[in-house]
Design a protein around this ligand. Structure first.
Ligand SMILES: *Cc1c(COP(=O)(O)O)cnc(C)c1O
Length: 390
């Protein structure tokens, strides 16, 4: 009898578990930086070649971190993964681990500020970086050259929720042998088909939906075993990017409920986005699940959900601040993917450092609010927003 493949929800609960001799039910937290050896010979052998389920130092790997890596690689559909201390350690590691002076990287320009900073660091060390409007395939086509080493983009951009065509960009990149590195935070592993669509390396900040309750920082780089273990791991383990085992344990448990949470949050986001569309205090609702989103067809094909994030333009900074200050359930903060709904004013916080011109180019208007939809009841959230925008 052929073995039917298990569904993601089942694998999210069981995959990757490593039980100790006690047979504990819950995933164990191995809060240890080191590992003791039975003999000097064993220590020597392990330093010569560390087996897949052997450990020598938590900066290199830890059983709890490895459980998280195995489980997310399985859910993402990659051979392997390396967990990092934060999403930025993952972005930095995924690019720095292979880049060298003279390399050419093409990146979308609608990026999280710290991602832009990492690209600036690469440029400082002699990597040439070209920026394109990620939604314009002609710009990718024009920028990608025979010597392009990699392309990098956020598949759904922060905060304006532009969607980049992973398959089309990957085709252009692969035609010249370039690596496709995707920051997939807004899509989450629940909706991700990035690898199927041509991504070679998928990066997450697990601080967001994977933790899901705003407790810990973490990140992960997913890719082929060769990329993760031979290209990324040496860079990550020697430069100290490793995740804390405690944080990995939180993330591992986060994966167990990720699908249930993200689907519920996305359903609520759809209800909230629809409910805001006709509100007189709202000039524009940007939500990838609404048919008026400029890349609606691509969203359906590539993601299959509008996701947990909404952007609304309320016209001015004054209107935005007034609304935020009236919100009771939405918390003013800057994380996302949390169980608690969050409102962010990107122009004055997450994207404050950009010049007004760059902000305008990226669509980050003074009246733009970013909403991260949590696990609360949709009616309560809509009531909160409606009274705040009244
Ligand atoms: C938050 C975020 C990051 C950085 O993750 P940290 O865990 O905060 O380091 C990178 N990319 C995107 C798209 C993010 O939203």
């Amino acid at each position: 009898m052929s073995q039917k493949p298990l569904h993601p929800r089942t694998r999210a609960v069981h995959h990757g578990i490593r039980r100790s001799q006690y047979g504990e039910m819950a995933e164990a937290l191995f809060l240890t930086q080191g590992f003791s050896y039975d003999s000097a010979e064993q220590a020597e052998a392990r330093f010569i070649k560390t087996g897949p389920d052997e450990f020598i130092y938590a900066r290199y790997g830890n059983p709890t971190s490895r459980m998280f890596e195995d489980r997310i690689a399985d859910l993402e559909g990659t051979e392997d993964a390396f967990a990092t201390a934060s999403g930025m350690a993952a972005v930095n590691g995924a690019l720095m681990c292979f880049a060298k002076p003279g390399d050419h990287i093409v990146s979308s320009k609608a990026l999280f500020g710290s991602c832009l900073y990492v690209l600036d660091v690469l440029a400082r060390f002699g990597v040439e970086v070209s920026y394109v409007d990620g939604t314009d395939l002609e710009q990718w086509r024009a920028a990608i050259r025979p010597d392009t080493r990699a392309v990098f983009f956020e598949s759904v951009s922060n905060p304006t929720l532009e969607v980049i065509d992973v398959a089309a960009v990957a085709d252009l990149a692969h035609a010249v042998g370039a690596l496709v590195v995707v920051d997939n935070v807004f899509v989450t592993p629940v909706y991700s088909r990035a690898v199927e669509q041509g991504a070679d390396v998928v990066v997450y900040s697990s601080t967001k939906h994977i933790d899901g309750a705003g407790r810990c920082l973490g990140g992960v780089i997913c890719g082929t075993r060769q990329f993760v273990r031979e290209t990324a791991e040496p860079y990550l383990k020697h430069t100290g990017a490793a995740i804390s085992p405690f944080n990995a344990w939180i993330m591992l448990n986060g994966l167990t409920t990720l699908e249930l949470r993200v689907r519920a949050q996305s359903d609520t986001a759809m209800t909230v986005a629809r409910g805001l569309q006709d509100h007189p205090g709202v000039e524009k609702v940007i939500y990838p699940g609404l048919p008026d989103h400029p890349q609606y067809d691509l969203v359906q094909r590539q993601i299959g959900s509008g996701g947990t994030m909404i952007a609304v333009d309320v016209g001015s900074k004054d209107a935005a601040f007034a609304a935020m200050n009236r919100m009771k359930i939405f918390q003013i903060s800057n994380n996302l993917g949390d169980a608690k709904s969050i409102v962010t004013h990107p122009a004055t916080t997450t994207h404050q450092r950009l010049s007004p011109e760059v902000r305008a180019e990226l669509g980050i208007t003074p009246g733009l609010l970013r909403l991260s939809i949590g696990l609360e009841d949709a009616d309560d959230l809509l009531d909160d927003l409606r009274q705040a925008l009244a």
